[in-house]
Design a protein around this ligand. Structure first.
Ligand SMILES: Cc1cc2nc3c(=O)[nH]c(=O)nc-3n(C[C@H](O)[C@H](O)[C@H](O)COP(=O)(O)O)c2cc1C
Length: 395
């Protein structure tokens, strides 16, 4: 199916709706819908489209050098005057990458041997060498965000410490932290964050834990159960948004009725005109059906993430090899994964996707995702006040 970047419909008029919750109050937005920071997907166009639609677009900053982070922030500001966020991982091994020299040579070679099984597909030579160390980019990106006084800092895959939260607050930024457990939610609230996102097991992309967990622990808690657990520990101290397997307004209504204050979506926004994901990735999402399986793997980055299953993820699981720490694994396989991307080899690319991917059936504009979710949620709630949620028009 060819993907056309032209809009599939004409909007005769734009309906702007508002669904006020404690989340919209906290972030000065009108729709309780956050678009996740997503590396290689969430650039300025997507972020601005979501923010202009009155949700919160979040720019991805992982592994970007500081000048690119600054340029991205400034571009978003050219495209919208609405609040937006910038996202970074705070995973222990990403903030402070273990020295390559400390990694046993045998570990490096056993990973390379699995990658070598696939390198001939792309005429790449076999290798057994160590990856180069990654540049330390997290601290520099944080400095840029603080200097630029971004409206919202979005922390994930690791917890922001008290000092970092304070630094953002001092320049007027709100702090949103994504967690995947009740104890982590309690911890970030104690550290002063303004919003908690509860990431359930259904979520596409990486698990929001600050350390690498053992395989048996990584699946996590379903989003419904986690939302309740997090609401229990957080109480009314800060708004809680749910993430994982949420794609439409019925899902949003369900979260609001359960006591959540909004939602954060990743996969749904990958399949939009403004996302920077490849056409092949978007096609794979739209083609997903009931038999499409997603899997949690550390095959691509070394950290656990939910992706569409491929022959590479199957082989990696069967090989039962431990990847390198931090994101060194991604660096080591960069030759292979980049060649796969260039040639459109869909078995060797990480097509991150949540379990609800089969319910995404059309490519559309990011604004349409936000507007339609609000409209459907409003109808589903079909009452002026439900569980503290006020539903009002903003035409
Ligand atoms: C393509 C993709 C990339 C992602 N990249 C990031 C990221 O860079 N930072 C982050 O905090 N979360 C990232 N996530 C995870 C999301 O924050 C979120 O937890 C998840 O997408 C929610 O589940 P859903 O995909 O079912 O909507 C990513 C998710 C996807 C699908």
């Amino acid at each position: 199916m060819p993907i056309d970047s032209a809009r599939g419909h004409v909007l005769g008029f734009v309906v702007v709706t508002r669904l006020s919750t404690t989340l919209t109050d906290a972030l000065a937005i009108d729709a309780p819908i956050l678009q996740s920071g997503m590396g290689g997907v969430a650039g300025p166009d997507l972020v601005a489209a979501v923010s202009n639609a009155r949700g919160l677009g979040i720019l991805a900053a992982l592994r970007l050098p500081p000048d690119q982070v600054r340029a991205g922030i400034r571009r978003v500001r050219e495209l919208t005057d609405r609040p937006f966020g910038v996202n970074l991982w705070l995973h222990d091994d990403v903030v402070h990458e273990p020295p390559v020299a400390d990694i046993p040579v045998d570990s490096i070679r056993s990973v390379q041997r699995v990658l070598n099984e696939f390198r001939p597909r792309h005429d790449l030579p076999s290798r057994l060498d160590s990856p180069p160390p990654s540049p330390d980019l997290v601290a520099a990106a944080l400095e840029v965000m603080i200097e630029e006084r971004i409206p919202v800092f979005s922390a994930a895959i690791g917890l922001p410490d008290h000092e970092l939260v304070d630094r953002f607050h001092r320049v007027g930024s709100s702090v949103v932290a994504m967690v995947a457990s009740g104890p982590d939610a309690a911890e970030v609230v104690d550290r002063g964050v303004d919003v908690v996102v509860a990431q359930g097991a259904e979520a596409g992309g990486h698990r929001s834990f600050g350390q690498k967990l053992e395989r048996g622990m990584v699946e996590g808690t379903t989003v419904d159960a986690l939302l309740i657990e997090v609401l229990d520990v957080v109480g009314a101290r800060v708004p809680v948004a749910a993430a994982g397997g949420i794609v439409d307004g019925h899902d949003l209504a369900g979260v609001l009725v359960a006591g959540g204050a909004g939602v954060l979506l990743g996969t749904r926004f990958v399949a939009t005109f403004e996302s920077m994901a490849s056409d092949l990735w978007k096609q794979r999402l739209l083609a997903a059906g009931p038999t499409t399986s997603t899997t949690i793997t550390d095959a691509f980055t070394g950290q656990w993430a939910r992706v569409l299953g491929t022959d590479f993820t199957e082989r990696w699981t069967a090989a039962d090899v431990r990847p390198l720490p931090g994101l060194l694994h991604a660096t080591m396989g960069a030759d292979l994964f980049a060649a796969a991307k260039r040639s459109g080899d869909d078995q060797l690319q990480p097509f991150y996707a949540g379990t609800a991917v089969e319910r995404i059936t059309a490519l559309c504009g990011a604004d349409e995702v936000v507007h339609s979710m609000v409209d459907v949620a409003r109808s589903a709630l079909s009452a002026r006040r439900v569980g503290g949620t006020e539903v009002t028009d903003l035409r």
